[in-house]
Design a protein around this ligand. Structure first.
Ligand SMILES: *Cc1c(COP(=O)(O)O)cnc(C)c1O
Length: 473
């Protein structure tokens, strides 16, 4: 046996190579309340329940109680009624998947089901479409505001539509879709409407209480039938917890699963998982109870101040502009001229100790950088803005990134359907990654190369890349 101390030491060393999860310097993937004690509490609660199994809520009634409490708190935030029910899932994607599955199962009369999505819907819905064979009918969002176009979405509903989706807010641009109009159109056709509030659901109600004009996007809106909200985002819980709410129990039934057709225990699942660790659930329950309504209001106040300050700071930087006025906590910033490369700005921010997330061009949305702002960003807005300005200056000095002509021609000739291992290896070599899975420190060239590929080819290349990352080291 290896001593526990030694193993933990090794784990700490490995973790030291990751992006920091605290301090507000990683502006995607992680959410930091900035409060001391929250993570310790989550870790202790996690340890208390991680060996318990949500597979059987009669064997572990504590987990059922924790889940019912979290669902009730989420429903309270989002305009739920006595009819509102839900499920705790492993994350936003699982919540979205289950909303789609329940909608499909709710319409057994529709043989080739489809769902209407704005072009800005989260990729989780494309995953649901892929897994559950529900055809996505993608409706272009307004090219200027990036909000879903309610008229076009209404017109896209037909007899095969089992679900209409909108975001509160969208991830890429951080804007709220016109939920009320879309929900009314869905209701008029007797179709379910899911509000993807994965990222906004736990903070926007508090923004409203702080005086921001946030239109209602919850169950108070006629026609909304389900809502997803991630606790591992703005509820500042440890990873692995989201809530899917349904307006009533009938709507939820479609994602429940029972199988008695085997010789073992009766498998009875409310979500995709069967064995479900009690750890993330207990950690989330503890954090939500600890922070409470007043705690979340104060965190929302700090986050709102940070996002407002940052938006002003960014607008003042020569060469950058926001793609949209932030409705929530997310910023998407783009270049106002061609004199520099935004992906180089991301690399320069890395050099200065910040992670900002590159977003590729899509329809009317140009290449941009995404920032998820949390309470931990309060107080360092000026430093972030000045490092952004310095990064733009450095990117300007470095000049635009160009993809080598031969490489561009090679990429243009690749067919995502028939890509071979040799072609992929050739591309890796061209990208300077012939040596294997280690990413170069600077990503601008690779991002430029990926940006030049069609989305279908990019998806294929990324899947190959994933296969390369997950091999024994
Ligand atoms: C984060 C997010 C998701 C997916 O959530 P995961 O927890 O990453 O699976 C879905 N929709 C929106 C709007 C999100 O922000």
């Amino acid at each position: 046996m290896r001593p526990a101390r030694e193993v933990l030491e090794q784990l700490r060393e490995l973790r030291a190579g990751d992006l920091p999860t605290h301090g507000g310097r990683t502006l995607a993937y992680v959410y930091d309340s900035g409060l001391s004690g929250v993570d310790d509490l989550a870790a202790q609660a996690h340890a208390l329940a991680s060996s318990a199994n949500g597979l059987d809520p009669t064997a572990f009634p504590s987990l059922r109680r924790l889940e019912n409490d979290l669902v009730a708190t989420a429903a309270g935030l989002l305009g739920g009624t006595e009819e509102t029910v839900g499920a705790v899932t492993s994350g936003g994607t699982e919540s979205c998947l289950l909303a789609v599955l329940a909608a499909r199962e709710g319409r057994p009369d529709v043989t080739a089901p489809s769902m209407v999505l704005p072009s800005t819907a989260h990729a989780a819905f494309h995953k649901a479409a892929h897994l559950f064979r529900v055809r996505p009918v993608v409706v272009p969002a307004d090219p200027g505001t990036f909000r879903a176009d309610p008229g076009a979405m209404a017109a896209a509903i037909d007899d095969t539509t089992v679900l209409v989706v909108a975001g509160a807010p969208s991830y890429a641009h951080g804007v709220l879709d016109p939920i009320a109009e879309i929900a009314a159109a869905a209701a008029a056709r007797g179709v379910r409407m899911h509000v993807d509030a994965c990222i906004g659901g736990w903070i926007l109600p508090y923004f409203r209480r702080l005086g921001r004009p946030v239109p209602d996007f919850g169950f108070g809106v006629e026609g909304v039938t389900s809502i997803s909200v991630d606790l591992h985002k703005y509820a500042y819980c440890a990873k692995g917890v989201s809530v899917l709410l349904h307006a009533n129990a009938d709507l939820r039934r479609g994602h429940y699963f029972a199988s008695a057709d085997w010789p073992g225990y009766t498998m009875l699942n409310s979500t995709i998982q069967s064995t479900r660790s009690g750890g993330p659930l207990a950690a989330a329950w503890a954090v939500v109870r600890h922070l409470g309504d007043d705690g979340y209001l104060e965190l929302a106040r700090r986050t709102l101040a940070a996002v407002t300050g940052l938006a002003h700071g960014i607008e003042a930087i020569d060469g950058l502009r926001l793609l949209a006025e932030p409705d929530s906590t997310l910023l998407a910033l783009t270049a106002t001229d061609e004199g520099f490369d935004l992906f180089t700005v991301a690399d320069e921010m890395r050099v200065r100790g910040w992670y900002v997330q590159p977003q590729f061009a899509h329809a009317s949305s140009p290449v941009n950088l995404h920032l998820t702002v949390t309470a931990a960003n309060r107080g360092s807005e000026a430093e972030l803005a000045s490092d952004l300005a310095a990064s733009v200056a450095a990117a300007r000095a470095a000049g635009p990134v160009t993809v080598d002509e031969d490489v561009a021609a090679f990429v243009a000739a690749l067919d995502p359907e028939t890509l071979t291992a040799e072609q992929f290896a050739g591309l890796l070599t061209a990208a300077g990654m012939g040596g294997g899975a280690r990413l170069p420190d600077r990503m601008a060239e690779i991002n430029a190369l990926l940006g030049a590929a069609s989305p279908a080819l990019r998806e294929r290349l990324l899947r190959e890349f994933l296969g390369m990352l997950y091999r024994s080291e």
